[in-house]
Write a new protein. Sequence first.
Length: 175
Amino acid sequence: MLYLYLSMLSSEKDRNFFEKIYLEHRDLMFNMANKILNDRHRAEDAVHSAFMKVINNVEKFYSMDCHKIKAYLVIVVENTAKDIYRVLDKSPVIEVQYDISDDGSTENRIHAHLEAGEMLDRIEALPQIYRDVLLLRCYHELSYNDIADILNMSEELARQRVARGRALLLNLGGK
């Protein structure tokens, strides 16, 4: 499958970069999708869809560090797998946990005095519908349009969830 993906990229730089991402993260992505779907073939479909999103936006990944790339891929494949699961007329019951470390710079924009670890703990404590949009918006600095594309929702819904997630974060800080 890697050769198919590489053939879709026009520059050698893009191909080398994508190959590195693919080899480093495909197993993690497959395992996550398979935990949700319990079906090897459907998990492969979820991973394929996630990698197609990377190919379509490969230039955005150059500025990301390895932790941000991993977090982005985890969120995308998790949501893609859950979308597949929903299509099968089932409701997802598995909550997949993942660990993301960061330098703290983006989280400080949400609440300047918080340490990065505390912010990530707060984000992880949120319901998933808010956690994912906040990670994509604040941590990965994606536009609302990009978030909407990744999570298969309207741009307006992405904006609403980010706003609600931020409000919940501030409420968690008061407790």
